[in-house]
Write a protein that binds this ligand. Structure first.
Ligand SMILES: *Cc1c(COP(=O)(O)O)cnc(C)c1O
Length: 463
């Protein structure tokens, strides 16, 4: 090996040790670094590739935690941010206005899900990450009833079992993933959890739609039992992502919409992960033909370049805060609310959806993914392979038995993660669920690599 190669190898090792000396990584048991879990230093990225200091490429099959949409370092978004940075990098959004915030709000409202006969979403409130967006929606729903004055008991939220809405205390309160939630339970506000419509939980012989109808019936009973106590229901439409990419039939969403109307409570759609084309349509709600009262967007909103969240609300919700009293106003704020750089990135991303016909191209990519899935679905220990648009998941279970699970001590998911990384693909399983949520630019050769490596990773993990 030449001294040049040595120097490059040293560079990765150098960054690893400097990193572990000072960084505390998110969602990580730090004791697992570096021995159980390798740390991947990334020098740069382009398209679907992450590139190491040694030039080695790793396919980003998880869109860097579901944020990267069109591809890493997309030049048009990079340019839009650079242009905006030289013009107006940030300004207080209370009392001030700027074009990127206005234009982005206009564009988002124009593409938001619509339902015939229902007044459209018509106002945009910005926050700076997904969890903050959820906090905004929860507080708005609660405060709206307070402002109306006649509902002093409406202090609760309904959420779904196995749902996920973020990590801040309010967002965690409506989440139902024990690993994230259990330890903080004493700090959390009350939420009422309804059974998940998750089609993986269907009884033998039951259809996904039948399973969704059962869950909706259970929700109906729950809402009756808590009549007058609830201000809103929050859910992830079509795919419970952090809960293991569990998918459900759109019939559930139609029933939820009806039930929320009957009970006079708000429907909050958390499309933070599934929005912007992930499920095949621009927004997942479209596939059920429903429109929520509050729509939370983040993650892919900026194409994956900068943190930003948008909460879209109906005129009726907005009007509930108009008053002479400041206390009736929605006084929530974040320092970087509506940051111009983030808004410019989001506008550039939406421009790409139009100019590159992204949704049409994704249909072809999703069809290609479906073909590749067939060769993996039949492997031993794959209990289910499922897909919604650009999201694919493989549920691993001993013998492929849906009612069984691997002993957590076997760390099947972690072994798959390591096996894939050694072969040049970044998969980051959720427990024993392996999934693909690639940047939309992924091409046929990259998909073929992804499928080959997934097969090998499953074989190694379950061996
Ligand atoms: C990631 C996620 C959030 C939280 O977003 P952050 O930006 O990570 O705070 C909320 N809801 C869903 C459905 C998510 O996937």
């Amino acid at each position: 090996m030449s001294t040049h190669d040595d120097a490059i190898l040293d560079e990765a090792a150098h960054w690893r040790s400097r990193d572990l000396a000072v960084l505390w990584h998110p969602c990580t048991q730090m004791r697992e670094h570096p021995d159980t879990l390798p740390l991947l230093p990334v020098a740069r990225a382009e398209g679907a590739w992450l590139v190491g200091h040694d030039g080695r490429r790793t396919l980003d099959a998880v869109s860097s935690w579901w944020v990267t949409l069109h591809g890493h370092a997309e030049p048009r978004i990079a340019e839009a941010i650079a242009r905006q940075a030289r013009t107006l990098e940030q300004v207080i959004l209370a009392g001030c206005s700027h074009a990127p915030a206005v234009e982005l709000a206009e564009r988002l409202l124009a593409i938001a899900p619509r339902e015939a006969g229902r007044p459209p979403l018509s106002k945009v409130f910005y926050a700076d990450n997904g969890s903050a967006g959820i906090e905004v929606a929860l507080k708005m729903a609660f405060h709206w009833f307070r402002n109306r004055g006649d509902e002093p008991r409406r202090t609760k939220f309904v959420a779904l079992q196995n749902g996920y809405h973020g990590e801040t205390i309010g967002a965690l309160s409506v989440g139902d993933i024990p690993l994230y939630r259990r330890i903080y339970a004493p700090l959390l506000m009350q939420a009422v959890f309804a059974p998940s419509p998750d089609a993986y939980l269907a009884r033998p012989g039951q259809s996904a739609e039948g399973c969704a109808e059962d869950a909706a019936d259970a929700l109906a009973h729950l809402l009756d039992a808590h009549a007058g106590e609830i201000c809103a229901l929050v859910l992830e439409p079509l795919v419970q992502c952090a809960g293991g990419m569990r998918m459900h039939h759109p019939a559930y969403l139609r029933r939820v919409r009806e039930l929320c109307d009957v009970h006079g409570i708000f429907l909050i759609a958390d499309e933070i992960a599934v929005g912007f084309g992930r499920t095949g349509t621009m927004f997942a709600c479209e596939q059920a033909g429903i429109q929520p009262d509050l729509l939370c967007l983040s993650k892919g909103l900026t194409g994956g370049f900068l943190p930003l969240a948008a909460v879209l609300a109906t005129q009726a919700i907005y009007d509930g805060f108009l008053d002479d009293s400041r206390e009736r106003a929605f006084l929530h704020s974040h320092s970087y609310t509506g940051n111009p750089l983030a808004c410019a990135a989001a506008l550039a991303s939406l421009e790409i959806f139009a100019s590159d016909e992204v949704l049409a191209r994704n249909r072809a990519t999703a069809a290609r993914m479906a073909e590749l899935v067939r060769g993996i679905a039949t492997l031993p220990h794959v209990a289910e392979a499922r897909q919604t648009g650009m999201i694919v998941a493989f549920e691993l279970a001993p013998g492929g038995d849906r009612r069984a699970a691997f002993d957590p001590a076997r760390r099947v998911g972690l072994r798959a993660y390591r096996a894939a990384l050694e072969r040049g693909v970044l998969l980051r399983p959720l427990g024993d669920v392996l999934y693909w949520m690639p940047p939309y630019c992924i091409d046929d050769a990259q998909l073929a690599l992804l499928a080959d490596v997934t097969r090998a990773a499953i074989a190694e993990a379950v061996a």
